[in-house]
Design a protein around this ligand. Sequence first.
Ligand code: GAL
Length: 368
Amino acid sequence: MKLFKKLMALSVASICAISLAACGGSKPAETTAASSEAKEESKAAESVSEAVAATGKDAKDIKVGISIYKFDDNFMTLYRNELVRYLTEEVGIPAENVVVQDGKNDQAEQTNQINNFIATKVDVMILNLVQSSSAPTVTDLAKEAGIPVVYINREPDEAEESRWAADGIKATYVGADARQSGTFQGEEIAELANKGDINGDGTVKYIMIQGDPENIDAQYRTEYSVKALTEKSGLKAEELLIQRGDWDQAKGQQIAQDALTQYGTDVEVIFCNNDAMALGALQAISAAGRKVGEDIYIVGVDALAEAVQNVSEDKMTGTVFNDFISQAQAAAKAAVSFTKGEKVDTKIPVDYVKVTKENAAEILELVK
Ligand code: GAL
């Protein structure tokens, strides 16, 4: 499926609603017909370049500096590819003007990259910080240099975001609210016929495989998944184990393997803060001879194609689509708006989508 069609399938209207300026006032194209696809595609690209031209800065002259917290992350790789594709193919920025750096999970390294972006006078930066707590320092560096910043994926705290609004700082955060993804995970378990209570004792016993605990996504998904489960099911929940797996498949596998050895059939649910760790945990589940949907449940977040495929085949209970397509496109549009000197909201939210067997095939079309 072509990406433009994917965009149409997603909620373009919601991106436009949250940042009208970013959409250049253009109407979202309403088409599913293959014949009009190419026409609509060029129309959308045209509206972005017209909007850019209106300020005097042509797309071919825009320079963007992007730094991703680390390249070795499944979800952020999908995000990064879509971001670069959109900036170059849809906005029309020459590939050599879109510089993408690997933060290598090292804030000092990433801060050097940001200083280089400033020294080379990029027009805008799109940053996925290694540590979101560095946002105030990074924002000040950018502000002094007069360079706007679009933060993505790792949300700076509320005090920082309020400062942007209060002081008229050209910074924004594009991302999803992790509370929603956690809530969807809890609901996916609560909506099962037995509400996750396999042995019927009124308490759902679970293990929690966390991402990087400094990350707000990990904190909220952990908290809200259990909250939604108990609120919706009316059952109690008991945490057998919580451990950090840093978003990593191999760590997810190891944690699940050890937990299944230690707690055996007591484990009724495995909550994973993301799909990479869930895919690791699934390997441990099958190695332990357990069967998802029968004697254990497991949910993740991101909707990696392999995870969605598993959901459609009843090999995984559910996941949540972390919509990297809408996030990448909204981030690119916000960056373009900044280069035009337009006002950009301090926060541009994108919704998560619950993924269960019912809609897995449809979501797979978007992500594969
Ligand atoms: C989350 C995503 C994880 C990981 C993390 C990096 O939103 O679910 O898989 O990519 O971002 O910050």
